[in-house]
Design a protein around this ligand. Sequence first.
Ligand code: PRP
Length: 175
Amino acid sequence: MNVAAHQILISEAEVNRRIREIAEQINSDYADKSIHLVCVLKGSVMFMCELAKRLTIPVTFDFMSVTSYGSGSSSSGVVRIVHDLTEPIEGKDVIIIEDIIDSGTTMNYLLTFFHERHPASLKLCTLLDKPSRREVEIPMDYVGFQIPDEFIVGYGLDYDQKYRNLPYIGTIKVD
Ligand code: PRP
């Protein structure tokens, strides 16, 4: 595969501005509460940190790691937990933090998984939404940006595990 140089799709300033807006919305929605943020590794880690820095309500963190079985760009719909939550979520106001909702396979599984553990409330916050690829409907509470069907890198998202550290959202052409 040949990978051309990446191009900026959403600038660092624009990402920061949008994250600040989402944080203000969450601060308002949970004004008298505390929230439990669950980061879905690895892609969501930068978004989680940047969002959490801007929250003024009490916050706790946990992390999950999952993989989706499948080949190429198609997924079998089977998700495997690589690293489970370290704390119970029962009775907590939980927000799942994702970097991208693509086919929806991963989040469809996770929403069922989380609901079965009886949180007081459960919301989903994703930095990116790629609706053109959706295979299963996913209810989203906080969305950073809707993006076109291009290969996205940066701000946590990778190509072959690289580019996650880019401070902006970019696209690459993969031949
Ligand atoms: C990405 C992303 C979501 C999932 C979305 O994770 O972080 O979890 O894919 O795709 P879907 O909507 O089609 O299920 P990935 O498996 O690439 O792992 P990573 O976060 O470690 O890069």
